[in-house]
Design a protein around this ligand. Structure first.
Ligand SMILES: Nc1ncnc2c1ncn2[C@@H]1O[C@H](COP(=O)(O)OP(=O)(O)OP(=O)(O)O)[C@@H](O)[C@H]1O
Length: 758
């Protein structure tokens, strides 16, 4: 190669070899993270051919944490060391796979759109953002995203990233203002300035940490080839954009030709500090790819950026919004406290003050009074007042809770130091959250352990939607109760309808067996069916096979006035549980034959509910395993059920989305040149195959002809042999005849001689 090519010199900031990620971070990224914390946008990306070490550089390993965990640590270190500012951090994680943007923190959200506005620049929406307060929380979110990311085993890398991933930290910060004491007379109102802190501008900056998918020449796998085509196309566009940016002639820059360049538009066009890490393979076999990467790096080096800090004054900055809300909530809290104090003193003066004893005494005296109407009024008034006080307390608690929640989201050096969790020394596994191995793929359940998550979502117009988990779960619980009540209502309506028909028929003079009708109503209420079906579906989802079985098949729970309706299963742990006042779902665990059944009972005291196992054994139900109807609304079982249903729904949604995506990909693939070439190739093959088929038929005919000829020759040969045999036989016969004639001649000659002598 050296002989063929003249030597070329390129200039870079640093050239690093080996496996030391700390050196890369310190030389190329540390300052950029620092300036991101000071309000400048920052973007770091790794570029290079497949398997050259992009993911190793960005994510690293537990022994050599990469750029991302080190940057996260530094972000929090900066907050800890800057006591004069307060911060709010939110993170998002997306991937670009086959030119489609997917939210890795909300995997069901695919094909997200890119928008642009004057204030925010280019942004993706709707994208889930999570507000973060600790480094380990951030790392867990990254792990959750990594789990969703498209990686596959390729010809070159067993864990090849098949998508470009962008992890973004939005940093909001502003100077901390001393908080003046609040006065209860401060008027409330969302837009009203409370005059307590001068609204200083909030700095908003983004730190983008990008792991690009690797370019590769060709793959032996069709799916990988298709991904490779998309990856190569977007990397090619990135190269073109960078070439144009550094071209002195200028001209149109094709940011819109790929999703990657469009998202990076703000960073590449100037308003960000950018650090590009190019990874190359030391192998001679990769010299061509390595040279392309070096050329790319040299071009990137020529880009001139002019990053500036971004200041925001409106509600788009959550920090400002939350601070304002906290101030308003505090004012409201003071007002409620003042109102409560005023109410209490009024109450005391009316009823005699003290701890309410005087009031009660007075009331007692009133009760002794002949005018019982007056005492009744006073009692009503007292109850009303107490209710008001309780309500006010609830409001105050809610206000305090919200203030607390919002305050926790705003990070200051004090709040971070109070949480503990010092900075780990770089180069040790302490950069990772406790107990986490930094492998790109982990179980998604670890994410569930994340407590107190607070998410926000930005809509297309940039409005921030917030979803506190607590409210979400309260709503979910309410939904369950509503569903439960609805099914109860349906059951009741069914009962009423049946009774109505029976009554109408009685009115018409028909003989109706009311007792039988009632029994039918009780035996098959829609609600029970609904519950049984729901439970069976959940058990199925949990991997336990349930089958509908008659009383004989699955075991029966008997009960006086109750009817058995059995459901059988073959394995698994069992339990006995009352699901309503009248209905029980019973399971029992036996090695190979367990039974599940439901029973209805009219009267609990008359009930002797029994579980009858297939082998005839009868088990009574214990009272302490029964629950009241109210418990049904919020039992661990119901919560688990809701959770399972949600999870199942989510899983199904993911499957559906994946299937749809596959279908879309197939449709897109069918429209591609690659597919058209494949079809042409196939047609050619088919034509060639038809030609070969004809040729084969011709050959077959020739072979048959030859075979016939051979057979004819064989027949002729046989004829010749037969003829020869006949001739030989005749010849032998003739020879015998000649011999006998010669003997006759000899005898005659002898007789002649005798005659001559005599
Ligand atoms: N500097 C390094 N020191 C030690 N091991 C490395 C280094 N760089 C890469 N590796 C190892 O090489 C393998 C491939 O690296 P990695 O997955 O980071 O490549 P990549 O460029 O991200 O590939 P792709 O584009 O296919 O995703 C991994 O096993 C990684 O641990």
């Amino acid at each position: 190669m050296r002989e063929r090519r003249s030597a070329v010199d390129y200039t870079y900031d640093h050239a690093l070899t080996g496996s030391d990620n700390e050196a890369i971070y310190n030389s190329s990224v540390k300052n950029l993270v620092q300036s991101a914390m000071e309000g400048f946008n920052g973007t770091v990306f790794a570029y290079g051919q497949t398997s050259s070490g992009k993911t190793y550089t960005m994510s690293g390993t537990s022994n050599q944490p990469g750029i991302t965990p080190r940057a996260v640590e530094d972000v929090f270190k900066h907050i800890r060391e800057n006591s004069e500012r307060e911060f709010l951090l939110r993170v998002s994680y997306l991937e670009i796979y086959n030119e489609s943007i997917r939210d890795l923190l909300s995997p069901e959200a695919i094909d997200l759109k890119i928008h642009e506005d004057r204030k925010r620049g280019v942004y993706v929406s709707p994208l889930k953002e999570e507000i973060v307060t600790t480094p380990s929380q951030v790392m867990r979110i990254i792990q959750r995203g990594d789990y969703q990311r498209h990686t596959s085993s390729t010809d070159y890398n067993v864990h090849s990233s098949r998508s470009h991933s962008i992890f973004q930290i939005v940093i909001e910060s502003r100077e901390r203002a001393p908080t003046a004491p609040l006065s209860p007379t401060v008027p409330t109102g969302r837009k009203m300035s409370l005059g307590l802190r001068s609204p200083s501008a909030v700095r908003v900056s983004q730190l983008n940490l990008i792991d690009l998918a690797g370019s590769e020449k060709a793959s032996s796998d069709v799916e990988r080839r298709k991904e490779g085509a998309f990856i190569n196309k977007s990397l090619l566009t990135l190269g073109t954009v960078i070439a144009k940016l550094t071209d002195e002639k200028g001209g149109h820059i094709p940011y819109r030709d790929s999703k990657l360049t469009r998202i990076l538009q703000s960073s590449l066009s100037g308003n960000a500090r950018v650090s590009v890490i190019c990874t190359i393979s030391p192998s001679f076999l990769n010299v061509e790819e390595s040279h392309n990467t070096l050329k790319f790096a040299a071009r990137v080096k020529k880009i001139i950026t002019k990053a500036h800090t971004n200041q925001v004054m409106d509600d788009k900055a959550l920090l400002e919004k939350y601070r304002r809300e906290i101030t308003e909530l505090k004012a409201q809290l003071l007002l409620t406290a003042a109102a409560a104090a005023a109410g209490a003193s009024q109450h005391d003066s009316e009823y005699g003050g003290g701890n309410g004893v005087g009031g009660r005494q007075q009331l007692h005296q009133h009760q002794q009074h002949p005018d019982s109407h007056l005492s009744h009024l006073l009692e009503r008034e007292r109850l009303k007042h107490e209710e008001e006080m309780i309500e006010m307390n609830l409001v105050r608690n809610a206000l305090k809770e919200r203030i607390d929640q919002l305050t926790k989201l705003i990070l200051t050096s004090q709040s971070i130091n109070a949480k503990g969790g010092g900075v780990a020394t770089a180069g040790t596994s302490g950069l990772l959250p406790d107990g986490l191995q930094q492998s790109p793929v982990t179980s998604p359940t670890s994410a569930a352990a994340l407590s107190g998550r607070y998410t926000v979502e930005t809509t297309a117009d940039g409005t921030v939607l917030e979803f506190p988990k607590e409210i979400e779960s309260r709503l979910a619980r309410k939904d369950t109760i509503v569903r439960q009540l609805q099914s109860e209502l349906e059951a009741q309506q069914e009962k009423v309808a049946l009774m109505k028909t029976a009554l109408q028929r009685t009115a018409k003079g028909e003989v109706v067996d009311i007792v039988k009708t009632l029994a039918r109503v009780d035996m098959e209420p829609a609600r029970e069916k609904f519950l049984i079906e729901k439970r069976a579906s959940i058990m199925n989802l949990n991997g336990v096979t349930w089958q509908d079985g008659g009383p004989a098949a699955g075991g029966v729970v008997g009960g006086i006035g109750g009817a058995g309706n059995g459901v059988g299963r073959n394995s698994g742990q069992g339990s006995i549980r009352r699901v309503t006042r009248d209905h029980y779902v019973v399971t029992t665990a036996k090695a190979d034959s367990s039974a599940t059944a439901t029973a209805t009972n009219d009267d609990k005291d008359d009930t002797t509910s029994l579980l009858i196992l297939p082998d005839g054994e009868q088990l009574p139900l214990n009272d302490d395993e029964m629950y009241d109807d109210e418990d049904l609304m919020d039992t661990p079982w119901n919560r688990a059920e809701l959770h399972s249903l949600r999870q199942a729904k989510r899983e199904l949604e993911i499957v559906v989305i994946e299937q749809e995506k596959k279908l879309e990909d197939m449709v897109a693939f069918e429209d591609s040149d690659e597919f058209r070439n494949l079809v042409l190739e196939l047609e050619e093959h088919r034509e060639r195959l038809v030609g070969m088929e004809e040729e084969r038929e011709g050959l077959k005919a020739t072979i048959t002809e030859l075979r016939n000829s051979v057979r004819r020759i064989q027949e002729l040969e046989q004829m010749v042999q037969r003829e020869r045999k006949l001739r030989m036989e005749e010849q032998a016969r003739n020879m015998g005849r000649i011999a006998s004639l010669e003997a006759e001649v000899t005898i005659l000659k002898a007789e002649q001689s005798i005659l001559d002598l005599s």
